[in-house]
Design a binder for this molecule. Structure first.
Ligand code: NAP
Length: 320
């Protein structure tokens, strides 16, 4: 089979499409014939060896994919050969014609969704769900500011929060991004490149402040986020690309909390809850992954560049 192979950290030129041995599922494993793979910013950090990420070589990039089950190992009961699935995580890498997963990483993909859409489910939706419901304990009737709502995680958070009965404010730097956020369930949109946008968020809550902020770029925003929180407000740090200065007093009078969130800390029982909810959301139609750009696997480098470009409007995927 063909797979992207990375033999050393570097730029997009280290992504090589090579012929490698076919994979075989061991006990408890599922072999998936990959039709599409999702590209996330973390894939580029691992390829480049930045932000404290590293890899074992040869490395096949990508955590998320969707396709058809080709074979299952002994003991696997949740899926069978021929099933359409999305894979949230992989043992062997997603940018390949085949990917090997643990049974717990494979979930049913309803017929009405394309494989490209299925490939957007893993990192973006798992992150958004864990941030909203496990770290921040989001409740219906609260107001959430999704700070960076036009990308993969942000749009997932908008859809999940709207379905859970929150009032949703989403930000994007472009008109197209803000229109997309509205079309995906946000009640209000703001422009995070406008220096006054957090004051506008407070005004949207009649001066009370927002209950939750999901923060995609904490190194830029955290200092200004804290004064925009309500009493008991919580900000979840999902993305940050450097240090930031805050005034701790901004948390005190509000009893506010700053919560870190790393997808890698997701426990087995959390994963069960998250994907039971996500599959139900796909079946009921409250979730609808947004594909912005699709590239062929041979152009994975272009996909790695696209996921870091400003002006996000949904997810970047490759087809295989
Ligand atoms: P993405 O698809 O590239 O989207 C990035 C988002 O950030 C876009 O909505 C972008 O909006 C927005 N943004 C850009 N500048 C901003 C600013 N100054 N203030 C607020 N938002 C801003 O990336 P993603 O997949 O959604 O991931 C978002 C971040 O979370 C990345 O840094 C990623 O590495 C991180 N992440 C962390 C975890 C974890 O476990 N903690 C898991 C997944 C992702 P515009 O393009 O419109 O400016």
């Amino acid at each position: 089979m063909k797979a992207i192979q990375v033999h050393k950290h570097g730029g997009i030129d280290v992504l090589q499409l090579e012929e490698v041995s076919d994979l075989q599922p061991a006990e408890g494993q599922v072999l998936v014939c990959v039709k599409a793979a999702g590209i996330n910013p973390v894939d580029t950090y691992i390829r480049a060896g930045t932000n404290n990420y590293t890899a074992d070589f040869p490395h096949t990039p990508g955590k998320d994919s969707a396709g058809i089950v080709a074979a299952v190992g002994t003991g696997v009961t949740r899926v069978k050969a021929g099933d359409r699935v999305y894979c949230a995580g992989t043992l062997s890498g997603a940018s390949a014609e085949q990917t090997l997963c643990n049974e717990a990483q494979v979930h049913p993909l309803p017929d009405k969704f394309s494989f490209e859409q299925g490939a957007c489910m893993g990192v973006p939706y798992t992150t958004a769900w864990r941030a909203l419901f496990i770290r921040a304990h989001a409740l219906a009737a609260e107001t959430v500011l999704v700070h960076g709502a036009s990308g993969g995680v942000g749009l997932a958070a908008v859809q999940l929060a709207r379905a859970a009965g929150l009032t949703v404010i989403g930000t994007a730097s472009t008109e197209a991004g803000r229109e997309l956020i509205l079309n995906n369930g946000a009640h209000h949109t703001l422009d995070h490149s406008d220096p006054d946008h957090l004051q506008q968020a407070i005004e949207l809550t009649a001066g009370k402040g927002v209950n939750l902020i999901l923060e995609m770029l904490a190194n830029v925003n955290l200092g200004q986020d804290l004064p925009a929180l309500s009493h008991g407000g919580r900000v979840v740090i999902i993305g940050s690309r450097g240090p930031v200065e805050i005034n701790p007093r901004d948390t005190m009078a509000r009893d506010a909390a700053i919560l870190g969130m790393a997808l890698a800390n997701t426990t087995g029982p959390e994963r069960e809850r998250i994907h039971a909810s996500l599959v139900a959301g796909l079946e009921s139609g409250t979730l609808n992954p947004v594909v912005n750009k699709s590239f062929h696997i041979a152009q994975l480098g272009l996909a790695h560049e696209a996921v870091l470009e400003p002006g996000a409007c949904g997810n970047i995927v490759i087809t295989v």
